[in-house]
Write a protein that binds this ligand. Structure first.
Ligand SMILES: [Zn+2]
Length: 189
């Protein structure tokens, strides 16, 4: 029961960390990258209010969020792609960065697709395996939009750049290069 409750809390955290108030310091390269992938591959997000923000972490590099206060107050939804502000990401291959941005935009497309009740349902997920399903669904969406090669490159890069303690969780929750290849083969049949 305790495990169940704590996992639900993680789910709530994943979906809904409030967007920090105030003007974010925009990373120029990230802004360009997100707008580029958005206009190329996510036409349904063209009119959405999507901001770029930054955060620091030694194990996470991108996050997708929506604004809880706006959600609760019934105002126009605002979405945020948060980008790790460290220098580690800069030498990552461009294809890889495009693909992980496609993964994050897939989360936003999922948030934006439903009404507010649909988003509220995010808070009620059955606990076990939620994160894995949530992340792999965004991966599959990125593959569907043509980012398979880049996503493989990103995972190879990621496995080399996260602390060893978080590697098992990254391998479990996201598609590995071998799983991406298998999915690509099965869709080509
Ligand atoms: Zn994700």
């Amino acid at each position: 029961m305790i495990r169940c409750r704590s996992t639900i809390l993680v789910a709530v955290f994943l979906a809904c960390v409030p967007v920090a108030p105030g003007q974010p310091v925009v990373l120029e390269w990230a802004e360009r990258l997100v707008r580029n992938v958005q206009s190329t591959s996510f036409p349904e997000l063209a009119k959405k209010d999507i901001r770029i923000d930054q955060f620091t972490s030694d194990s996470d590099y991108f996050q997708a969020r929506f604004s809880i206060p706006r959600f609760i107050l019934g105002r126009r939804m605002r979405y945020v792609i948060r980008v790790n502000s460290g220098a580690t990401l800069l030498p990552a291959p461009e294809d890889a960065r495009q693909a992980i941005v496609a993964h994050e935009l897939a989360h936003l497309a999922y948030y934006a697709k439903g009404n507010r009740l649909h988003l509220l349902a995010l808070l009620r997920f059955p606990a076990k395996g939620f994160r894995e399903r949530f992340e792999k669904r965004a991966d599959v969406e990125a593959l569907r939009r043509g980012y398979a090669q880049g996503l493989k490159e990103y995972r190879v890069w990621l496995y080399e750049h996260v602390p060893p303690g978080t590697l098992p969780e990254k391998r479990r929750d996201y598609l590995s290069p071998a799983e991406i290849d298998a999915l690509e083969r099965s869709t080509r049949r």
